[in-house]
Design a protein around this ligand. Structure first.
Ligand SMILES: Cc1cc2nc3c(=O)[nH]c(=O)nc-3n(C[C@H](O)[C@H](O)[C@H](O)COP(=O)(O)O)c2cc1C
Length: 199
């Protein structure tokens, strides 16, 4: 059983371009293998909290020493990591918000980055522990960041690639719908992304 985990971080539902792009990627994957199981994680419907002291205490306390407070604090993180580990393919929808990712997505990242579980430090440096995954990034931006003068301001794709690589996910395909705020380009941006994507 091969599972796709579809992570949604735009709150705009059916109007969202990153959601539409994610759905187009998933449709294409299903075309190729109709037996794929799709699981949806909508970060906007049940957002992860900002990291608080209780979360960090629980993260850095060995499981056998967890108090009831630690157990409650770590529950969402454990669940999110389990969902990630159980997925074979991840389709991650990421709008650009103020040059970065939405805070809901950042909060999820903060809960899945766990020393000893999703990464570890070795004498040779950090090592990712989330192995054997394929990820598609469905990125939606108002401007254009893959070429031209705004390349230096693309903090979304390099950041996601860096973080995902850090936890061991290195097979990354980026599909961008860009120029969504630019007249003359916006109408075709999603169609261009879907027509040209290599899945
Ligand atoms: C709060 C907010 C901040 C945004 N900031 C940027 C930005 O910094 N750069 C950019 O190119 N587009 C920006 N946009 C445009 C979005 O990236 C674009 O509308 C995208 O389609 C949103 O994703 P969605 O359609 O999946 O919701 C912003 C949009 C919103 C709502």
């Amino acid at each position: 059983m091969t599972t796709i985990l579809n992570i949604i971080s735009s709150p705009r539902g059916e109007a969202s371009i990153s959601n539409k792009l994610s759905n187009a990627i998933i449709d294409k994957l299903l075309e190729r293998d109709p037996s794929l199981i799709v699981k949806v994680k909508d970060l906007t419907k049940s957002p992860f909290p900002h990291l608080e002291e209780s979360h960090l205490n629980a993260f850095f306390t060995p499981v056998e020493k967890h108090t009831e407070i630690d157990k409650i604090a770590i529950k969402h993180s454990d669940e999110a990591i389990k969902e990630l580990m159980n997925a074979d393919i991840i389709v991650l929808g990421a709008p650009m918000y103020n040059f970065g990712i939405p805070s809901t997505l950042k909060a999820w990242i903060d809960h899945i980055a766990r020393a000893g579980i999703t990464f570890k430090y070795t004498p040779d440096g950090p090592q990712g522990l989330v192995k054997g995954k394929k990820i598609y990034l469905a990125v939606a931006t108002g401007g254009i960041y893959s070429s031209g003068q705004s390349i230096p301001y693309d903090f979304v794709v390099p950041y996601l690639k860096t973080f995902l690589g850090f936890i061991g996910i290195t097979d990354i395909s980026v599909i961008r719908a860009e120029g969504l705020a630019i007249p003359d380009i916006q109408e075709q941006a999603l169609k261009n992304a879907i027509d040209n994507m290599i899945i």
